[in-house]
Design a protein around this ligand. Structure first.
Ligand code: APR
Length: 230
């Protein structure tokens, strides 16, 4: 079976009703990222940071996977599929995908602010000021903030190197180190991007399908499952 690696971002969940970051009505238009998504923000105003992520979690709980998530989950029956997502939502898992790596963390998990190995399921509930880990420190969302290390970057890069087919979906490729994962794709791999806009023109060896995830991804998946005669 082929190794298919999918590298995704906020655009794949946009049609499930979750806002992207860099659109005109995106999350970073509504909030200064320095106020809610940095270690400095957490030092200055834990309540504001908790409120921001509690709101995100509430919208994720009510969102449903869309046709793009579902098509990728169905592909598990036909190939070794590895999803590497920058998204903190759990829509791939709820669609049924088996192998999902969350490069920027998971909103449904809370974590100790003094011991990053202590993780707790929020069960979709808010994290409140005064919710402590077993070491008596405040719980924070299990997400990677700007300025923090990306602990799963190296495992993700190793997965990208194994791809026979590499698909990028719904990411502006504006954020590093995540975007540098593209450097690890083998030259002989088939490479596709399904996204509406990009921070820069993509490399020439990528086929850019400039369309919505909910149509572009199922179309590609159908082609991989039932290859046309050539
Ligand atoms: N289908 C496909 N692509 C879409 C759709 C859609 N329905 N809607 C929007 N897009 C595309 C946009 O054109 C854009 O290229 O999704 C991309 C979203 O880009 P960003 O908002 O920059 O989100 P993302 O790339 O996931 O951001 C990366 O930045 O803010 C941080 O940690 C956060 O993980 C996030 C990282």
């Amino acid at each position: 079976m082929k190794n298919i690696v999918v590298f995704g971002g906020a655009g794949i969940s946009a049609e499930s009703g979750l806002k992207t970051f860099r659109a005109a009505d995106g999350l970073w238009e509504e909030h200064r990222l320095e106020d809610v998504a940095t270690p400095g923000a957490w030092q200055r105003d834990q309540d504001m940071v908790l409120r921001f992520y509690n709101e995100r979690r509430r919208t994720v709980v009510t969102a449903q996977p869309n046709a793009a998530h579902l098509a990728l989950a169905a592909l598990d029956q036909h190939a070794n599929v590895q999803i590497i997502t920058q998204n903190i939502d759990d829509l791939h898992e709820r669609a049924g995908s088996k192998n999902v790596l969350h490069l920027h963390g998971e909103i449904m998990l809370a974590r100790s602010s003094i011991d990053e190995t202590l993780l707790y399921d929020t069960h979709g509930k808010d994290i409140q000021s005064g919710d402590f880990c077993e070491k008596r420190s405040q719980l924070r969302p299990h997400v990677v903030w700007f300025g923090e290390a990306v602990p799963l970057f190296e495992p993700a890069a190793a997965l990208v190197e194994r791809a026979d087919i590499f698909l990028v979906v719904g990411t502006s490729l504006a954020v590093y180190p995540a975007a540098s994962l593209l450097q690890f794709v083998r030259p002989d791999a088939e490479k596709y991007i399904v996204t509406l806009d990009l921070a820069e023109t993509p490399r020439r060896d990528f086929v850019w399908l400039k369309e919505k995830a909910s149509t572009g991804v199922p179309a590609l998946v159908a082609e991989w499952i039932n290859p046309p005669f050539d």
